[in-house]
Design a protein around this ligand. Structure first.
Ligand code: MSP
Length: 518
């Protein structure tokens, strides 16, 4: 992708039936890192996130809590979902709620257009419905529970809760008509669905044949009214998927829409089908461009199971950030888990990596180098020739990390950047600046070593700014970097605008964690 292009990236919009856990925060952080990276590459970047507020699940939660769904959603958005973005330092450009008029109006417009063009018909449907998934299920998606609370009942494999049998007169979207075009899309644009494990599953699914999709409900009224029949509300997924275009001006601001769309969608693999099958079919029917890519990431596992609130394995992001800080949260999940695969979370692993990689690896390096420049040069960064052994690594690492980010290989990009952290630590150990400082004849060599080390830190600040925005901002200030860190080009990180003086880091970038986190 050439610098300066439009880069529009989205997260799923989150159900407001409950408060966020680290699984939700994981998607947010990944999208945020990609957005920050692209901004730093000069791309015309837009990061969208938001909340999914209609449907039976929210309605039932509100009723169970003696309130209205709107009041419930308002409360959860203000008390839990918007604060999450602060907790983990998300730089979103917009936040869409599906109960906002801008969204509701544009959904009605889209639906009417599909109806007028013959893509929607009325019919009857009977099937198993999982309210947890907000989806009709096929028998293969269900299992019988031999024991436990729901003995002998059919339960959803994802939620482990009984499904309901629904029989309704609904409106249907002729999704089956798009089967061939979807298969062509997967074939001709191989990176439309990523990673390949998810792509294969999607192709397999579509090859089995697509049914038409029921897109309205008449048994409850918490949703957007179907424009030509107000006894029906729009199916929550149909409504929710449209957020990606309604938030960037579909039907209201053509200029904004042209500028942003199509998007890259980051989603959990459990909802890849909605994004890689239903969503492009909807867009095709409306004559709009399909997304640029759909990336389905893996699940965070706790004790070997998909972490979830309903199974009581949910961990609130603030439980981690209160002890380790938001930078460590961001770094840990993106470096410890191969992006696109499942990964296990444990407090032990988090603590160990924090200590080894952030505190000892990166934080100590910064403190030591800055302290030596203060001690030996009174804070002036020597203007001496830089050592090739480090500058060549800076260049290589920058190029490789940019390529890896383009391939959504976020953990690989971090591993690549860590090669520079390790190389700099090795360089300090090998060159022994404290020994050079004792010998006046080695003054020139000492100048080069410390100039090189500070240069390496500058490159690291630029490369790590998307992942560690707080720590790198402090480092940037300490090494006297010119201008705003976020404006330093990440595709030429080694050319950063360096300063002339360092100032002491008041506290380590990653202080030692005293108490055991639990
Ligand atoms: N509202 C729908 C999305 C609509 S998008 C048009 C939804 N919401 S959700 O709140 O249930 O889930 C949002 C995202 O969180 C999904 O991508 C899901 O995969 C992700 N995660 C939920 N639990 C997770 C883990 N344990 N691990 C990783 N991601 C997880 O689905």
């Amino acid at each position: 992708m050439a610098a300066g292009d439009s880069f529009y990236i989205t997260t799923p919009i989150f159900y407001v039936n409950d408060v966020p856990h680290i699984g939700h925060a994981y998607t947010e952080v990944a999208a945020d890192v990609l957005a920050r990276w692209h901004r730093q590459r000069g791309d015309d970047t837009w990061l969208l996130t938001g909340t999914d507020e209609h449907g039976q699940k929210i309605l039932r939660t509100a009723v169970a809590n003696d309130t209205t769904p709107q009041a419930w959603a308002d409360k959860l958005v203000e008390d839990a979902w918007k604060p999450l973005l602060q907790t983990i330092d998300i730089s979103n450009d917009d936040f869409i709620r599906t109960t906002e008029p801008r969204h509701e109006k544009a959904v009605a417009l889209f639906l009417q257009r599909l109806y007028d063009d013959g893509h929607i018909y009325s019919g009857e449907y009977e099937g198993y419905y999982c309210v947890g998934c907000e989806e009709y299920k096929q028998i293969d998606d269900l299992m019988e529970t031999p024991d436990g609370d729901y003995t002998g009942q059919l339960v959803c494999k994802i939620h482990g809760r009984p499904v309901e049998i629904l029989k309704e007169k609904n409106y249907f979207f002729r999704m089956s008509a798009f089967e061939d075009r979807l298969l062509d899309l997967y074939e001709n644009t191989p990176d439309f669905v990523q990673p390949s494990s998810v792509r294969n599953e999607i192709i397999q699914f579509v090859k089995q044949g697509l049914d038409d999709l029921s897109i309205s409900r008449s048994s409850f009224d918490w949703g957007i009214k179907v424009p030509w029949d107000d006894s029906h509300v729009v199916y929550v997924w149909f409504d929710a998927l449209l957020n990606y275009i309604t938030a960037v001006g579909y039907g209201a601001d053509d200029e904004q829409f042209e500028r942003r769309w199509p998007a890259v969608h980051l989603v959990g693999k459990d909802i890849a089908r909605f994004h890689a099958v239903i969503w492009p079919a909807m867009l095709m029917a409306a004559g709009l461009e399909v997304p640029r890519a759909v990336f389905g990431h893996g699940w965070l596992l706790v004790g070997g199971e998909k972490m979830s609130k309903s199974k009581l394995t949910g961990i609130a992001p603030s439980q981690i950030t209160d002890t380790f800080g938001s930078d460590a949260f961001r770094y840990y999940f993106l470096s410890a888990i191969t992006f696109g695969q499942d990964g296990s979370f444990s407090w032990e692993d988090l603590s160990a990596r924090y200590q080894a990689e952030l505190a000892n690896g990166f934080g100590n390096l910064a403190s030591r180098v800055i302290a030596m420049v203060i001690k030996y040069f009174d804070g002036s960064i020597p203007a001496a020739p830089l050592d090739d052994v480090i500058t060549s690594i800076e260049k290589r690492v920058t190029d490789a990390a940019n390529t890896q980010i383009d391939a959504f290989a976020i953990n690989e990009a971090l591993a690549t950047i860590w090669e520079l952290v390790d190389a700099l630590n090795g360089y300090i150990t090998d060159t022994e600046p404290w020994a050079l400082a004792k010998d006046p004849a080695q003054r020139g060599r000492l100048e080069s070593v410390l100039a090189t080390a500070v240069h390496g830190l500058g490159t690291l600040a630029v490369l790590l700014a998307p992942v560690l925005p707080k720590a790198t901002a402090r480092l940037w200030e300490a090494i006297g970097g010119n201008g705003v860190l976020e404006s330093q080009r990440i595709d030429r990180a080694w050319e950063f605008d360096g300063g002339s003086r360092v100032s002491a880091l008041e506290a380590s970038l990653f202080p030692r964690i005293e108490a055991e986190a639990d």
